[in-house]
Design a binder for this molecule. Structure first.
Ligand code: NDP
Length: 340
């Protein structure tokens, strides 16, 4: 069957496309320019992705345009929506245009367009742990988040945010709420599944030509890897995570599992902190690293909230790898890229 993936040139999307193709799905992926279409195909080919002849890349310059977005859904059985601005470049005054509208209107357009195509049975939206937790409450040691929790930020909070991380979190939660509102208020033939992953780490197969283009979550790892032996370990923010390949397996399960209702899943392997990343890289790649020592073995896990993601593991039957297995291939790739 045919799956539409939005934002096909992104870090997570590339892995989702690879997993779908490997599992014998046909994939149609949207990108915003023909250059990005070419770059995506080339990057996936270089990464050895199988069945690339079953991938079609289509250019949709403005994914908030319902008519332009609807045509690519023709003959699709499912949609996996990943396109959303996840970078911290915007400054106050730009948040509505650069973060809120693309996220919220982009998600509404996916829901509306999917209703226009009766072949579509499932819509999977990549939301975020940002849509789940309330960052204003601080570290909250002892609190356990599940998919029942909702970040309280509103559209106005995003537009008027003092700093871009708040605007990003608002864009994710308001976009996800828009999808839930849509399926509540309209009779849809598809099931909605939203996934709320923590920070996503792992080796990259999407088009990226330099470390300056590194996606936001892998930047956290690179900041540790490149801090220098004499440097400080950067502070840990939003300290729950998932591996990118495990998230793409979860996404494919979300597209295909036999459940009959709408579902929301929290997708995290567990807690991480930047000291742990430093410890892993110092012990496993001693010849390559220039990582601060910090306080080896010190962990912040007991000082902040945690997550219970047992629902996704039970319902979708997925298992998640540990931090070392995710970080080492990424670290090797990043040090290689730096040498380019
Ligand atoms: P990337 O930055 O690698 O990819 C983002 C994708 O969204 C790209 O295809 C990009 O296209 C597209 N995009 C960016 N801005 C816009 C816009 N204004 N309008 C339309 N499309 C746009 O991010 P990730 O792969 O990390 O993230 C993918 C999804 O997963 C996002 O929805 C993100 O919020 C979510 N997520 C990511 C997490 C992480 O840790 N990485 C954690 C939780 C959720 P272009 O190149 O044209 O800009």
């Amino acid at each position: 069957s045919l799956v539409l993936v939005t934002g096909g040139n992104g870090f997570i999307a590339a892995h989702c496309i690879a997993t779908l193709l490997r599992s014998n799905y046909r994939v149609r992926a949207t990108v915003r320019s023909s250059q990005k279409a070419d770059d995506t195909r080339n990057a996936l080919a270089s990464a050895g992705v199988q069945n690339l002849s079953h991938l079609e890349l289509v250019v949709v310059p403005d994914p908030t345009d319902l008519q332009a977005f609807s045509a690519p859904l023709q003959d699709c059985q499912a949609v996996l929506h990943l396109a959303s601005a996840f970078n911290y470049d915007a400054v106050p005054g730009e948040f509505e245009e650069k973060l809120m509208i693309p996220a919220v209107r982009g998600t509404q357009v996916v829901c509306e367009a999917a209703k226009q195509h009766s072949t579509i049975r499932r819509v999977v939206i990549m939301s975020s742990f940002a849509s789940v937790y309330d960052a204003s409450l601080g570290l909250q040691p002892g609190s356990v988040y599940t998919e029942k929790d909702w970040c309280p930020l509103t559209y106005e909070d995003g537009v008027n945010a003092a700093a871009v991380p708040i605007a990003y979190r608002a864009s994710k939660v308001v976009a996800e709420r828009a999808a839930w509102d849509y399926v509540r208020d309209n009779s849809v033939q598809y099931q909605l599944v939203t996934l709320c992953p923590g920070m996503v780490f792992g080796r990259m197969i999407h088009p990226i030509s330099s470390l300056s283009q590194l996606n936001a979550s892998n930047q956290i790892v690179w900041q540790v890897l490149s801090a220098g032996n004499e440097g400080e370990i950067p502070p840990t923010k939003a300290p729950v995570w998932i591996d990118v390949e495990d998230l793409s397996e979860t996404s494919i399960k979300a597209l295909t599992f036999s459940g009959t209702g709408h579902e929301r899943f929290l997708v995290t392997q567990g807690s991480y902190d930047t000291q742990e990343i430093a410890d892993i890289v110092r012990s496993r790649l001693p010849e390559r690293q220039r990582v601060p020592v910090g306080e080896p073995g010190k962990r912040i896990a007991d000082t902040h909230y945690s997550c219970d993601s047992s629902k996704v593991q039970r319902v979708l039957g997925v298992k998640f790898r540990g931090l070392e297995q995710s970080i080492i291939p990424l670290a090797e790739q990043l040090y290689d890229m730096e040498g380019c």
